[in-house]
Ligand binder design. Structure first.
Ligand SMILES: NC(=O)c1ccc[n+]([C@@H]2O[C@H](COP(=O)([O-])OP(=O)(O)OC[C@H]3O[C@@H](n4cnc5c(N)ncnc54)[C@H](O)[C@@H]3O)[C@@H](O)[C@H]2O)c1
Length: 659
């Protein structure tokens, strides 16, 4: 409720025990630094400028950004139960809960720099924006909408009860100013931020969100390998990264029943995931790692191992030791290659962190050299039969830019598929299956248990009449929700992810709303990852299985967020750059509070129907077979839905043309 404090709080000591964002590069000219200081000081009365100017300049020099560390609140940061928040709007209280969850040190990657995941996925640019936003939310009514410009609360504007309470845009740039250095510059100036996907949209639920997607991916990758090779033995999965999202890989590997080796260079990230039980063992020595793998293979174990070190060393060692990798991928943060997302082989983490700030050119050279070595080694493994896929972290994109041998013969496509092209796109997104999620606003684990049971009952009822095309997906999702409690996936708020299609999302949400009305559970906040059927246009990831040329357009993501906003979403967000990097993707999402009311029932049906079928319709227009099937089914179920269908061209017609 305090907003900007009357008196300047005392300075906060830098806490070395917390995982901090790396120092950002010194990119601003002297004149730009003056504007940057004016930008930061405009939140404060003139009487405080002299003292704060010195402090903010010191932060700019030390961190490359002005985080306003001294304004970080003294209270503990975590999601409270919804009724513990002050305010006049239940919807605004739900948003406060979600914001605090995104900044909870147990959840966030660099909590003091307001970064939730992905190295630069920000909730706010500085602590004053946090304070002001919380104050606006605590004061607003259901007749107002809070407008968020890249972390900055522009203010409350009159609207109406069924309008979104908050509209968020993050990093929306004039297209020509959307290069990585533009982010460095304009973020340093305090006028834009990288919201990632669920960081700046207040919809992060910890790595659970990605465990499900990774489990589906690994499961289906194994099905592919087994279909192709007939080898049903225990598989070895080699990958990298134990950070915000990547930390889900060993857990997903365990659920999918493989031996997982996940290399991670940062010991803090390794320890966090080990303590949380997300990875079983830690090994630092390459020979010991090889011996452990051989033992696991011999004893047919399911085990996940964190290798503390560089992934390139592991690929090379496994090659020289002839350890066969069945499945390979990578989840270092290559959407952010020059500022701490990817650590080059041959130097330590500390050396790299220093170099990227003081000698950015040299650092870039080392990253690119490392990517070439990394790719060469993967190429050797794939020649032996490894199935390698890009897991949406821009690995192949950056490797190709570094001149690594990752292009296909036509020099247009990559040598390896993305997980969307081979797996998630055709098997999930085209049918409308995506990462639906919910948060129990009471904070009560019993509510989560009850919602898991409700969702499971709905899916078990649905599968009885599901067409054969989606039986496998339905069965995987039922298995997931049945194991969700046992797998102890909750970090932060009481949240659950469950892949579901449009019908499933609507039926589950409706069942929740009815249970709330009966008093069986408290309010529920619905949402989803932006990494979904309709929310994201990203040519190297979510829309990489669109082959009609439209994968370089962003109409779908923009239409989606506009459509959600007038169909009852509680908040909506649209971002530049989540996932694969600044300028490479447009993604959007929503949050929706269910309170058991008839209005909530109307909204959930209208909005979720659009939120999925928009993307299915677009995928159908791109001639994706499974999407054509899904949209025709959706039209049969809803007479008000009328989608333009594509006519297939007979190849014979084209063969005869002189092109
Ligand atoms: N496919 C998906 O569904 C999906 C979802 C979310 C994120 N992603 C992408 O995956 C990437 C990782 O996301 P995150 O949130 O885990 O990021 P993160 O920055 O939290 O984690 C990446 C980790 O990789 C480690 N690392 C970097 N270089 C390394 C190297 N050479 N060897 C060993 N470890 C190294 C870092 O220390 C860091 O801990 C991002 O690019 C993100 O956009 C993909």
């Amino acid at each position: 409720m305090e907003g900007v404090p009357k008196n300047i709080p005392i300075k906060k000591e830098f806490d070395p025990l917390i995982n901090h964002a790396p120092k950002r590069k010194d990119i601003l000219s002297k004149d730009e630094k003056i504007v940057t200081l004016k930008n930061a000081l405009r939140y404060f009365p003139a009487t405080q400028h002299k003292e704060l100017a010195l402090d903010f300049l010191a932060e700019l020099k030390e961190f490359g950004r002005i985080y306003m560390h001294r304004f970080r609140p003294d209270y503990e940061m975590f999601a409270r139960a919804i009724n513990e928040y002050p305010g006049k709007s239940l919807q605004a209280k739900a948003i406060m809960l979600m914001i605090q969850n995104n900044l909870d040190p147990a959840v966030a990657q660099h909590p003091h720099e307001l970064i939730t995941y992905g190295g630069n996925g920000s909730v706010f640019q500085n602590w004053i924006q946090y304070r002001l936003t919380m104050k606006y939310l605590a004061e607003m009514t259901d007749e107002q909408t809070l407008v968020m410009y890249s972390g900055h609360p522009m203010g409350l504007f009159p609207s109406h009860k069924n309008a979104p309470r908050v509209v968020v845009s993050n990093g929306m740039m004039i297209p020509n100013y959307s290069k990585p250095d533009d982010w460095e510059k304009f973020n340093a100036m305090g006028v834009t931020q990288f919201g990632q996907m669920t960081a700046g949209s207040y919809m992060y639920i910890g790595p659970q969100g990605i465990v499900h997607g990774t489990t589906i991916t690994v499961l289906n990758a194994i099905r592919r390998i087994e279909k192709k090779t007939g080898n049903n033995g225990r598989k070895l999965f080699l990958t990298a990264g134990l950070g915000g999202m990547s930390g889900a890989q060993p857990k997903a590997g365990n659920i999918a029943g493989v031996i997982t080796v996940c290399a991670e260079i940062n010991s803090k990230a390794v320890e966090t995931r080990h303590q949380q039980g997300w990875v079983d063992e830690i090994i630092q020595d390459l020979d010991a790692l090889c011996a452990r793998i051989l033992k696991a293979k011999a004893e047919n174990e399911v085990v996940s191992i964190a290798f503390l070190g560089n992934i390139v060393d592991v690929w090379e060692k496994f090659d020289s030791e002839n350890i066969f990798v069945d499945l390979g991928s990578d989840q270092t943060s290559l959407h952010n290659p020059w500022a701490g997302g990817y650590y080059p082989v041959g130097i330590t983490l500390e050396e790299a962190n220093e170099m990227m700030a003081v000698d950015a050119e040299k650092f870039k050279e080392l990253v690119q050299e490392s990517l070439r070595r990394h790719s060469n080694s993967i190429n050797k493994h794939t020649k032996k039969g490894t199935y390698f896929f890009d897991y949406g972290n821009a690995f192949l994109l950056e490797a190709s830019r570094a001149g690594a041998m990752v292009m296909a013969d036509n020099n247009i496509d990559f040598k390896y598929p993305s997980y969307i092209q081979d797996i998630l796109g055709p098997l999930c997104f085209d049918f409308g299956f995506g990462p639906f999620r919910w948060v129990c606003a009471s904070g009560n684990p019993d509510d989560l248990k009850k919602t898991d049971e409700i969702a499971c009952l709905v899916l078990e009822e649905m599968i009885k009449n599901s067409p054969s095309e989606i039986q496998e997906q339905m069965a995987d999702n039922i298995k997931w929700i049945k194991g969700a409690q046992e797998n102890k996936l909750v970090v932060g708020s009481q949240a659950r992810i469950l892949y579901a299609d449009a019908e499933g999302r609507m039926l589950i949400a409706d069942a929740f709303n009815k249970a709330i009305a009966k008093g069986e559970i408290g309010e529920i906040i619905l949402g989803r990852d932006h990494h979904d059927v309709s929310g994201t246009d990203s040519p190297y990831r979510e829309t990489s299985n669109i082959y009609d040329g439209s994968k370089f357009t962003a109409d779908m993501a923009i239409q989606n967020v506009i459509g959600d906003s007038f169909r009852g979403a509680t908040w909506v967000s649209i971002h530049n750059g989540g996932g694969v990097g600044w300028g490479e993707v447009i993604n959007g999402g929503f949050g929706m509070l269910l309170d058991g009311s008839p209005e909530a029932e109307k909204n959930l049906k209208m909005m979720l129907h659009w939120d999925v079928n928009n993307g299915v319709a677009r995928r159908n227009w791109a001639r994706n077979e499974n999407a054509v099937f899904a949209i025709k089914r959706a039209m049969e179920a809803e007479p008000l839905l009328k989608v333009t269908l594509a006519n297939e061209v007979d190849q014979e017609v084209l063969n005869g043309l002189n092109i």
